[in-house]
Design a protein around this ligand. Structure first.
Ligand code: NAD
Length: 516
């Protein structure tokens, strides 16, 4: 392969600005919103089944969306065995055949649009806008990794230079059975990407969704199987971290594709290092402590819009979300007044209501941690602006959005994964110190900068240790193939999801040197 990018197109998505598309959507989604008779279960279900647990709705905990039966150790072991026996044939099919099936899954996702949108709202608490973006990203991952399978996994491989009379060829192959472990915050897009990447490379995949979002995952895996993936190629392994640990501690697996917190990534790394079996491949995309720097040359209206979107869209539950806003001191008061105005106008509530901007957080544990953080900052004397939660929010797990004034990013010990924005001020002469402080935190996921001064932009770009830099725009919503996404340091191992180096990381390289 020579070109870095294979030809393909991103999904057209769903145009919510078009009334002909938008208006019928709630009704067609409502027709598909009853999942109450549905139980997500391990692909290799063994009888007799234990009692399933209810999966409840983040914006109203009295609603049981559906059920899930988590995998037991004997089922996990059976599924690993099946994944191992299916892998050689899947690998031998070659990239083009695997690509065809991945592309068929993308089409099936689009055909099941309304069920996915509905599940994103009911099971994960997403607004319709977020649900639409999520489905689109999932489809893009499938088509992008399909194109990568075609580009990289050709039977003839790549010819390498050598002396006359000698043929040297490099070919890529699957490594074995991979484990994909996903977070709840992109229960469809990231879950799908973590499966499709290793699959494209010729591995079979044991897919463990987050314990909060097994139903979306169940539908996704069904569609992989219905598209024609042979038995054992993709299997659903529902359960919490103990099921994840069973998978990653098994000496039969070849590697792990993970997205989630930095702490869990460390636990998986330790488990992979201490088990027997092949030396495992580990690809992890983890947390962030993302900043945005705004200097006095920035356009205030644009900054306001981008800050509010970056910090509060998806209730701040994006790994890319803005956590610490740095405002140059001479514009800080005016800028904060505008940001506060937009903040006060955010509509908080039921994500199924089309006007809602900020929905619930994922569960009671997340809510408790965020509420405790805001209370601790208030108790420590920081100025805190916080919204009141509207009526009805007590039925779900909502966190009142907050803006907290701080002096430096160094005052935050960890990522706070929700609708909480911290704001610090800086003097123009201290810009380099601000960049050094952001780097010193050790995460390196996203960074925003708003400036109209090229030298400032260049300085930040040259010094900042981050995977994704956004200039004069919001810092969320990376597009597959255009903005490959992922961080460095505490934020991940690389390679970037939706980028040209991703799929090859799940493959092993072989070279044949033939004396002709
Ligand atoms: P989490 O780490 O709690 O859980 C992620 C997954 O790991 C879940 O499926 C969980 O069951 C599993 N797990 C937990 N303990 C395990 C163990 N010991 N062994 C194996 N698996 C285990 O993360 P979360 O709360 O689901 O997701 C939020 C986090 O994900 C945030 O830190 C966020 O920044 C990060 N995230 C990063 C990206 C990125 O691209 N960098 C994208 C989305 C989310």
């Amino acid at each position: 392969p020579t070109a870095l990018f294979a030809p393909r197109a991103n999904s057209a998505g769903v145009d919510l600005a078009d009334p002909l598309v938008r208006e019928p959507l709630p009704e067609s989604m409502a027709e598909l919103s009853d999942f109450s008779g549905w139980t997500a279960a391990p692909t290799a279900e063994a009888a007799p089944a234990a009692a399933p647990r209810p999966v409840t709705c983040p914006h109203d905990r009295t609603i049981v969306v559906g059920h899930c039966r988590d995998a037991r150790p004997d089922e996990v072991s059976t599924m690993i065995e099946r994944a191992l026996s299916a892998q050689p044939e899947w690998d031998a099919r070659g990239g083009a055949a695997r690509a065809e099936l991945l592309a068929a899954v993308a089409d099936a996702y689009e055909a099941h649009r309304d069920a996915f949108l509905s599940l994103c709202q009911r099971e994960a608490g997403k607004t319709l806008t977020d649900a639409v973006l999520e489905l689109r990203e999932a489809v893009d991952f499938l088509r992008y990794y399909a194109a990568e399978a075609r580009r990289l996994f050709t039977p003839e491989g790549e010819a390498l230079p050598g002396p006359t009379g000698e043929s040297n060829r490099l070919t890529l192959h699957g490594r074995g059975a991979f484990v994909a472990i996903a977070p709840w915050n992109f229960p469809l897009a990231i879950f799908t990407g973590l499966i499709a990447g290793p699959l494209a490379a010729g591995n079979t995949v044991l897919a463990k969704p987050a314990e909060q979002t097994p139903l979306i995952a169940d539908l996704a895996v069904r569609l992989f199987r219905e598209a024609g993936m042979p038995d054992g190629v993709v299997q659903l392994v529902p359960g919490d971290g103990t099921v994840g640990a069973m998978l990653t501690g098994d000496p039969r697996i070849a590697g792990v594709a993970f997205t989630g917190s930095t702490e869990t990534a460390r636990a998986i790394n330790r488990s992979l290092a201490s088990r027997d079996g092949p030396l495992a491949q580990f690809v992890a995309e983890t947390g962030g402590q993302n900043a945005m720097i705004v200097d006095s040359s920035a356009l205030p209206e644009q900054v306001t819009r981008d800050v509010v979107a970056s910090a509060f869209q998806s209730a701040g539950q994006r790994c890319s979300a803005l956590r610490v806003l740095y405002l140059q001191d001479d514009i800080a008061d005016a800028m904060l007044e505008m940001i506060r105005g937009a903040f006060e106008a955010l509509v908080i509530g039921d994500p199924e209501d089309l006007t809602t901007d900020v929905g619930p957080v994922i569960d009671a544990e997340a809510k408790a941690a965020l509420d405790a953080h805001v209370a601790a900052m208030r108790a420590a004397g920081h100025t805190v602006w916080q919204r009141e939660l509207p009526q009805g929010c007590d039925r779900g797990t909502f966190v009142a959005p907050a803006i907290i004034q701080i002096d430096s990013i160094r005052q935050l010990e960890r990522e706070h994964f929700g609708p909480v924005l911290h704001v610090a001020r800086f003097a123009a002469a201290d810009l380099e110190q601000v960049i050094a402080d952001i780097n010193a935190v050790g995460y390196g996921l996203t960074l925003g900068i708003h400036t109209r001064i090229d030298n400032t932009r260049r300085l930040v770009q040259a010094r900042a240790k981050v995977g994704n830099l956004y200039v004069n725009r919001n810092q969320i919503g990376a597009v597959v193939g255009s903005q490959p996404f992922g961080g460095e340091g505490l934020s991940g191992t690389g390679p970037k999801a939706g980028g040209p180096h991703y799929v090859a990381r799940f493959a092993t390289e072989r070279v044949a040197c033939i004396d002709t």
